[in-house]
Design a protein around this ligand. Structure first.
Ligand code: PMP
Ligand code: GLN
Length: 386
């Protein structure tokens, strides 16, 4: 393994899913649902396969039906008008969108300001591009109800070498949904310092309570400097299909396409047609999915509290970040490695998503995109934890 990747080893998601399999534990670690997405969308994929749509290389930018559906979704949900021919790129999941964007836009030595704890592929892709990550740490607010962005810290992180801001809202793993005030401050900083912004919005439909997902590209001065990334995996519960996309101004899409064509070239042919149909599902699908997840969030949050965890109730994503200090535990990774034998449950240590390890040392993440009875059983098991 070369020097750029040496620090990354195996991703925590693979490590913890392997541990769940080898110990027969309930896997609340890696974020994937245990119920597949809508039957009619699976049927659409079967129809595409059978009718011979997408069985050979699809067009590089993605099939026109899907690009049109993505543009339609952005216009319908957010009033964001994008040209499906020049401003949309279909990718192999959000993972490839992130990789291709960073490989296309960064020069060796550039700095990327990113919110930590970060989704692990950010750090690895910044490293593969030869660039340097500069973390801005999200921290619990005074009431310990949400993780917030310190705007002074954000401003202080930008230097003459900063090339782009890498934002994620709703935020994995903390469940924070950035507020309009936070997003406005990010936008103003980007305009003032003439920075590109890459925003990972894969959890755009997973927001609860009074939280609202506001795409950064909708704020003044942002459309022309923003790459917006999303994915069908989370919204439609098809994480295995690996259909993702990005929207951006034509020159940025063209740049990212240059990198993408040498990563996968294309992917997921028949599934692209199915996701085009999914994006046109009525609002009732999105509302129903959200209501379902809200119930699951509350079910698991109550169970975790009853078991003795300190819970940061998420306003977005399908993850709950907890603190294990009440158990007298001092290290999240050690805790997660022993949790299967102690309780038959697998979780993810947030500590691995921090450069500033001290900040996340006692945080553990649980996924709630699971059947109610699975969440109840997991909570029962955790209650026996001492
Ligand atoms: N970004 C974030 C914040 C994620 O949590 C994930 C995992 N779903 C991804 C990107 C990757 O998405 P995909 O599975 O579509 O590659
Ligand atoms: N995004 C998922 C999570 O955060 C995992 C995806 C992966 O395993 N790469 O749990």
């Amino acid at each position: 393994l070369n020097r750029r990747l040496a620090e990354f080893g195996t991703t925590i998601f693979a490590e913890m899913s392997a541990l769940a399999a080898s110990t027969g534990s309930i896997n609340l670690g890696q974020g994937f649902p245990d119920t597949d997405g809508p039957e009619e969308i699976r049927e659409a994929a079967v129809r595409a396969l059978r009718d011979g749509r997408g069985n050979q290389y699809p067009p590089g930018p993605g099939v026109p039906e899907l690009r049109t559906a993505i543009a339609g979704h952005q216009a319908r949900r957010y009033g964001l008008v994008v040209d499906p021919d020049t401003e949309v790129l279909v990718t192999a999941g959000a993972t490839e969108a992130i990789a291709a964007t960073l490989l296309a836009l960064l020069e060796p030595g550039d700095e990327v300001v990113a919110l930590e704890p970060y989704y692990d592929s950010y750090a690895a892709c910044i490293a593969m591009a030869g660039a340097t990550r500069v973390p801005v740490t999200l921290r619990p607010d005074a009431e310990r109800t949400r993780f917030r962005l310190d705007l002074d810290e954000l401003r202080a992180a930008v230097t003459d070498r900063t090339r782009l801001l890498l934002i994620n809202t709703p935020h994995n793993p903390t469940g924070t949904v950035l507020t309009r005030a936070e997003l406005t401050a990010i936008a103003e900083l980007a305009v003032e310092r003439n920075l590109l912004v890459v925003t990972d919005e894969v959890y755009e439909h997973l927001v609860f309570d009074d939280a609202e997902h506001i795409p950064l590209a909708t704020l003044p001065g942002m459309r022309e400097r923003t790459v917006t990334i999303s994915s069908a995996g989370k919204t439609f519960s098809f994480t295995g299909w690996k259909v993702g996309w990005l929207t951006a101004p034509p020159e940025l899409v063209a740049a990212v396409r240059s990198a993408k064509q040498f990563l996968t070239y294309v992917s997921s042919g028949p599934f692209q047609y199915a996701i085009a149909e999914a994006l046109r599902l009525p609002d009732s699908y999105f509302d129903g999915f959200r209501a379902d997840l809200l119930r699951k969030r509350d079910l698991l949050a109550d169970g975790l509290r009853a078991a003795g965890f300190e819970v940061y109730l998420p306003r977005g994503t399908y993850f709950i970040t907890t603190d294990i200090t009440p158990f007298g535990e001092k290290d999240a990774h050690t805790f997660c490695r022993t949790l299967p034998e102690r309780a038959g449950v697998v979780a993810i240590p947030n500590s691995v998503f921090y450069d500033n390890h001290e900040a996340g040392r006692t945080q553990v993440r649980f996924a709630f995109c699971k059947k109610d009875e699975v969440l109840t059983e997991a909570a029962d098991r955790l209650r026996r934890l001492t």
